[in-house]
Write a protein that binds this ligand. Structure first.
Ligand code: RUQ
Ligand code: CUA
Length: 666
């Protein structure tokens, strides 16, 4: 499979891939009606929610389309100062892993849950790339409600992609690594013997959405890049792009670009699941975190799991095949019918389109070209439907409009190319500004795309916006794809570096939004359901403040008798029962940020005062006309002092409900 000539070409392409090229004619020919097409009048809703990965910022960002307005940053894999995610005691367990607390990760890909290959608006899944994890967000609250760590993996890039009824969310490891039950303390040049490429299959509870690592497949030590499930007739299969079939462990830029073709791996996940049910696979000892948010107690718990069932290449003999794919494939996309599988070789000058029917026939006919580490390799021609010729340079990702067209991003030549899936003819091309990565059409990787718009997520903006120091904004560009020709409508800067995105019609989920949490349902162990119940309780050097917030005061708002060396827990319950009335909480000198407490919720801030003195606290969210009056004091005395522990609201004499009270228990 070696080709010196192609390798030479590859390095030229690779070089320009480093810099990216600027398309000719950078002035945007935005035609007259573009402004009208993206104008969403004040007070009107956007047509689509667009969930966009935050890349190295670790979060998920929500934009409205077609306006491009940023609606919200949803914290997932990074602490978030806006609402205390990862800082409050309740949310800290969400970021626990087998490596300890991880405050910041890298988030690339998103998948909306599906029913019968159609987007259903229940959940959004997100990957953490660095410390391998998959998160589930609930689209009723827009909260991260579950995070599952993935063992035997490193660089969770080929993730999270899901089957057409959300039976499984699937993740493939980018880095081949030694398995967790053998020592990883081995020479790096033993790569070929010791390193494995593991695929994870996370079962999804159809009622609750709960994730469970049902099994893994120990595949050859190759790098898995991206994947997509089949749909319709191919719904039992998963397709993974793989690179570094050379198994290089250094200077991959050169050494993993030697082979003319790498692979797309086809895995029959249904058969694999049946094998596991029938008792196949070995139990591998490991350690991984499963973190779950429980809305009844407004808190997360983190549990460590110790074992996973792993299928071998041998177990998967009749259920896993390699298909040669030119030049380090990146994107691996399946068209809405489930028949066509598109592999995008980053360094290829064409786009191969594989046929599911032909793959099935090749397997039946044993049209194999040999084996790769025990996995049968299907002959390229036997699996190939055809090739899109001269699409552009650096094809990465493909989306579909549901009308028989595919749209592929070209990183090197900075353009989007529209082509017909049946005759593989290029129909249109349009520049992006610049170096486009992923594309997104609402529902564009499902069996039923909503079409209408395409968004290109670009890596480089150069001259597009007012400059902002050494780091410039990344950007998204919105195109109208309803006609024959793509029409650029809008540029909008994005938060963090966008990779993949998903979108669905606003009305699918806007009606089901939770507006506040019922205080009566609050089962948080430190909830305070009325001001009369507010109190301060000392237990040794731990002090629990049972505090309430309502427009526009805290109860209690005067506390004395805290000592240096105490651990103080402010458990603040927001008593409001109305939409969009959070209260904030901050206290002078706190190293652990602030809180933002939703109506009906209880949130806890841990505070360890370091010196004696007076410490003001206040509400950080402008909640009412008297928001600025929502404040109080905490007096801290030296360690060992005997200042009595007292707390009050409005002093004892004026308020029979909340007199000055003593909270001393020891
Ligand atoms: S993948 S463009 Cu192509 Cu993670 Cu980002
Ligand atoms: Cu509560 Cu401002």
């Amino acid at each position: 499979m070696k080709s010196l000539k192609l390798f030479g070409l590859a390095s030229v392409v690779a070089l320009s891939a480093l810099t990216g090229c600027k398309p000719k004619g950078t002035e945007t020919a935005v035609s007259g009606d573009a402004a009208q097409k993206v104008y969403v009048a004040p007070g009107k809703y956007d047509e689509f929610y667009n969930f966009v990965s935050g890349g190295f910022n670790g979060q998920v960002n929500v934009y409205g389309l077609p306006s491009g307005r940023l609606l919200k940053v949803l914290p997932v894999f990074s602490q978030n100062p806006e609402n205390g995610y990862g800082y409050s005691e309740e949310t800290k367990p969400m970021l626990q892993t087998s490596h300890g607390f991880i405050p910041w990760d890298d988030q690339h890909h998103l998948s909306l849950s599906q029913t019968n290959a159609e987007v259903d608006g229940r959940w959004l899944f997100a990957n953490a790339n660095n410390t391998p994890r998959v998160a589930r967000l609930d689209l009723k609250t827009f909260k991260t409600v579950e995070i599952l760590e993935l063992p035997n993996s490193a660089g969770n890039h080929s993730s999270p992609f899901l089957t057409e009824n959300t039976e499984f969310v699937v993740a493939g490891t980018r880095f081949a690594v030694p398995m967790d039950d053998v020592s990883g303390d081995v020479p790096i040049d033993t790569f070929k013997e010791n390193f494995k490429g593991v695929l994870s299959f996370i079962g999804i509870d159809q009622q609750t959405g709960d994730m469970d690592l049902t099994f893994q497949i120990e595949a050859p030590g190759i790098n898995f890049d991206l994947s997509h499930a089949g749909k319709g007739k191919s719904k039992d299969w998963f397709f993974f792009s793989c690179y570094n079939s050379e198994k290089a462990n250094t200077l991959l830029e050169v050494n993993a670009s030697q082979n003319d073709k790498d692979f797309i791996m086809a895995v029959n996940w249904r058969k694999a699941a049946e094998l596991v049910k029938a008792g196949k696979g070995r139990k591998v000892a490991t350690n991984y975190a499963h973190n779950k948010w429980d809305e009844s107690i407004h808190s997360a718990t983190s549990t460590m799991k110790k074992e996973v069932t792993v299928l071998s290449v041998e177990d998967m003999k009749d259920a896993m095949y390699m298909i040669p794919c030119p030049k380090s494939p990146h994107g691996c996309d399946v068209d809405p019918t489930g028949e066509y599988i598109i592999g995008s070789g980053k360094l290829a000058a064409l786009i191969p389109v594989f046929s599911f029917d032909k793959i099935q026939k090749a397997i039946a006919d044993k049209a194999f070209a040999g084996e790769y580490d025990g996995v049968q390799v299907i002959k390229y021609e036997a699996a190939l439907y055809g090739e899109v010729q001269k699409p552009g340079l650096g094809p990465l990702h493909t989306e579909f409009d549901g009308k028989g067209n595919a749209y592929t991003s070209m990183f090197v030549s900075s353009e989007v190319v529209k082509w017909n899936i049946k005759d593989l003819k290029v129909l249109d091309r349009t520049p992006t500004f610049y170096s486009v990565g992923h594309l997104m059409i609402p529902g564009g990787d499902s069996g039923k795309p909503f079409g209408k718009y395409l968004v290109a997520y670009n890596k480089i903006t150069k001259d597009r916006y007012l400059p902002t120091g050494p780091e410039l904004a990344q950007s998204a560009q919105l195109y109208d794809i309803s006609g024959d020709k793509m029409q650029l409508l809008l540029d909008f800067p994005t938060f963090g570096e966008p990779h993949y995105a998903q979108a669905l019609p606003g009305e699918m989920i806007s009606k089901n939004q939770v507006k506040f949490f019922k205080i009566a349902d609050n089962k948080h162990p430190y909830a305070t359901k009325g001001e009369a119940e507010s109190k301060v309780v000392r237990e040794g050097n731990k002090v629990h403040v049972y505090m309430t917030s309502i427009r526009s005061h805290f109860a209690p708002d005067n506390i004395e008798g805290i000592r240096v060396g105490d651990e103080v827990y402010f458990h603040v319950t927001n008593l409001e029962q109305d939409w969009d009335v959070p209260h904030g909480f901050a206290i002078l000198g706190n190293e652990n940020a602030e809180l933002l407490i939703m109506p009906g919720e209880t949130c806890t801030l841990k505070w360890v005062p370091k010196k004696a003195g007076m410490f003001p606290m206040y509400c950080t969210d402008f909640c009412s006309a008297l928001h600025q009056e929502m404040q109080g004091y905490v007096r801290v005395s030296p360690a060992g002092s005997n200042t009595p522990l007292i707390y009050s609201l409005n002093n004892k004499k004026d308020n029979a409900q909340s007199p000055v009270k003593s909270g001393e228990t020891k």
